[in-house]
Design a protein around this ligand. Structure first.
Ligand code: TYD
Length: 198
């Protein structure tokens, strides 16, 4: 099983992905938690770049980072029967690089050619105005976090939500969000374990 947690910055993806792993481990599943950008040299380059890269260069680095992640981490874990939980996945490329003017549909296609499609996407959704306040109070604004840009990113996330996506209102307090996530995960497991009892 492959589960992705997506959403604009400041919606609580990291807390929620850790919480999902905790829940699943309690239920006896072996889990691997991965985050994107990952630990490849490309992921490091994205993190360390001082100035904003061009949209094309940015997309290229995110793609190269993901190709490594799929080959080295995601596919091996899935083959070993583990549950993989992703703190960001290719919907982030569709949403963020799409919002910089690249063709979002093309980005979706190129990713789905090489990256396994998640069984469940938890989209943590909130108004950019709300999350920017949170990020400011945390004191770590990055070039990805500009109001007009995040509005477009959010629109793309919502537009590319498909049958595996569950949208959760992330403007609520984190405890409420976690409660909702727990409900979604339990329901997802019920449906999936009935389909694949082994
Ligand atoms: P991340 O490390 O998740 O930052 P944060 O912890 O602040 O959420 O990601 C850094 C930025 O990278 C984030 O603003 C979103 C962006 N990003 C893309 O633009 N495209 C992508 O494909 C991915 C995975 C992330």
């Amino acid at each position: 099983m492959l589960i992705a947690v997506e959403g604009i910055d400041g919606t609580g993806k990291t807390t929620v992905s850790r919480y999902i792993v905790e829940l699943l481990r309690k239920k006896g599943f072996e889990c691997v938690l991965l985050r994107e950008p990952g630990d490849s040299e490309y992921g490091e380059r994205i993190r360390n770049s001082k100035k904003r890269l061009s949209p094309e260069k940015e997309l290229e680095l995110f793609m190269l980072d993901r190709i490594e992640d799929v080959k080295n981490n995601i596919l091996p874990a899935l083959e070993e029967g583990k549950v993989v939980v992703m703190d960001r996945y290719y919907f982030s490329s569709i949403a963020y690089q799409g919002a910089r003017g690249l063709d979002a549909e093309e980005i979706r296609k190129m990713n789905e050619k090489m990256a396994p499609k998640p069984d469940l996407v938890i989209l943590l959704d909130a108004e950019p105005e709300v999350v920017l306040e949170r990020i400011k109070s945390r004191g770590d604004l990055t070039p990805f976090e500009d109001l007009e840009y995040l509005k477009k990113v959010r629109e793309n996330f919502l537009k590319y939500a498909d049958e595996s996506t569950v949208i959760i209102d992330a403007s609520n307090p984190l405890d409420k969000v976690k409660e909702e996530v727990k409900r979604v995960i339990c329901e997802f497991l019920n449906v999936n374990l009935q389909k694949n009892p082994d």
